[in-house]
Design a protein around this ligand. Structure first.
Ligand SMILES: NC(=O)c1ccc[n+]([C@@H]2O[C@H](COP(=O)([O-])OP(=O)(O)OC[C@H]3O[C@@H](n4cnc5c(N)ncnc54)[C@H](OP(=O)(O)O)[C@@H]3O)[C@@H](O)[C@H]2O)c1
Ligand SMILES: *[C@@H]1O[C@H](CO)[C@@H](O)[C@H](O)[C@H]1NC(C)=O
Length: 312
């Protein structure tokens, strides 16, 4: 009786694992020799596994990270694991628009090309950016908005080139209220709302960017990586963290598997016609009306230009 029950449980888990947890793998074997890739937040989690894959394909990979020590350690590990020595750390703190500007200045003066930009870094928690904006909105959307705008000419000079924006299924709970989108959150439920809102911003940003990039040879895609066992919940209440530590390794996707849709959007041949769309499980997906509202996307772009000082 007991062995039978164990067999059924193990069998059920294997079925669930291969059908729901692991997710689809990117099958493209595209080489990235001679290409340059930036991955933000590449010291850990999904970004780290994405950067490792890009390095294994032969790309020159810039790990754009907040902390020098962990960024350099990741660059060392990725060089070692991939056997590719063209992997380097460059300092980028997305919670500071000055840091974004200095990163871009350093990158543009050192690197002649940019083929793939992966806006992967993400933050959930309290606090403000250096400019006083809601930190979740600032890191997840506004910092990446400025980063992308400042690097756009280099992407246009390196076509065909791509931009991948890490969004989330959580965008479904998001909404955009221009009166308070950038105001700091007060409570944990506010930070969760800000997170969903920022992920909706990511999807609308990719849509509007794709519209503006039509005909340039630069395409962009937003991505839901799956529910992945990473440290994105580090500022969650401790009972949630305890649950994730206890069961996460069983029921959540690994970072390696969570990186597959980002990798797919970065390298898969023939997806250019889907520029501006949202991908999940290495497939283009329909989104709810609020995530394809082009009027709001345009308004968000203009508001972001004002907040980053790009609009005069
Ligand atoms: N995990 C999931 O289930 C899931 C689901 C949907 C979407 N996503 C998205 O996937 C992306 C990657 O997240 P993850 O799950 O891999 O989380 P993670 O392991 O916590 O990695 C987050 C990365 O973002 C970086 N970051 C945070 N604040 C930053 C800042 N101010 N400047 C520069 N970098 C900063 C972190 O750097 P430090 O380590 O230095 O703080 C870290 O490298 C995020 O955009 C997240 O929203 C994740
Ligand atoms: C990676 O590191 C190990 C030891 O830490 C070393 O033996 C190996 O040669 C390194 N591989 C590369 C490609 O540098």
């Amino acid at each position: 009786m007991v062995p039978l029950l164990c067999g059924v449980i193990v069998g059920a888990y294997i079925l669930i694992y291969y059908n729901f947890i692991r997710g689809k793998q990117c099958k493209s074997d595209a080489s990235l020799k001679g290409k340059t890739v930036i991955v933000t937040g590449a010291n850990i989690g999904i970004g780290r596994m994405t950067a490792l894959d890009m390095a294994r394909r032969g790309a020159r990979v810039i790990l754009a990270c907040r902390v020098k020590e962990t960024g350099e350690a990741a660059a060392y590990d990725i060089r070692n694991l991939s056997g590719n020595n063209q992997v380097l750390f460059m300092k980028l703190d997305l919670a500071s628009l000055d840091s974004v500007r200095s990163f871009c200045k350093a990158f543009l003066s050192a690197e002649p090309r940019l083929d793939i930009l992966i806006n992967n870094a993400g933050y959930h928690g309290a606090g403000k950016t250096e400019e006083g904006y809601n930190k979740v909105f600032g890191v997840n959307h506004l910092g990446h908005f400025l980063l992308t705008c400042l690097l756009l000419d280099r992407l246009k000079q390196s076509t065909p080139s791509r931009i991948v924006v890490l969004a989330s299924y959580a965008h479904n709970w998001g909404n955009i209220d221009f009166n308070k989108i950038s105001s700091p959150a007060e409570s944990i439920s506010d930070t969760l709302q800000s997170y969903s809102d920022s992920k909706l911003c990511n999807i609308l940003f990719a849509r509007e960017l794709a519209n503006r990039l039509q005909g340039t040879g630069v395409t962009c895609y937003s991505v839901h990586p799956g529910i992945v066992y990473t440290s994105i919940g580090r500022n969650m209440p401790s009972w949630i963290k305890a649950l994730v530590i206890t069961f996460g390794w069983l029921f959540l996707r690994t970072s390696r598997d969570g990186a597959q849709t980002s990798i797919y959007c970065a390298v898969q041949e023939g997806i250019e016609m889907y520029s501006g769309r949202y991908f999940d499980n290495c497939q283009v997906r329909e989104v709810q009306p609020q995530a394809r509202d082009d009027a709001v996307a345009k308004k968000l772009w203009e508001a972001s230009e004002r907040m980053t000082g790009l609009a005069s």
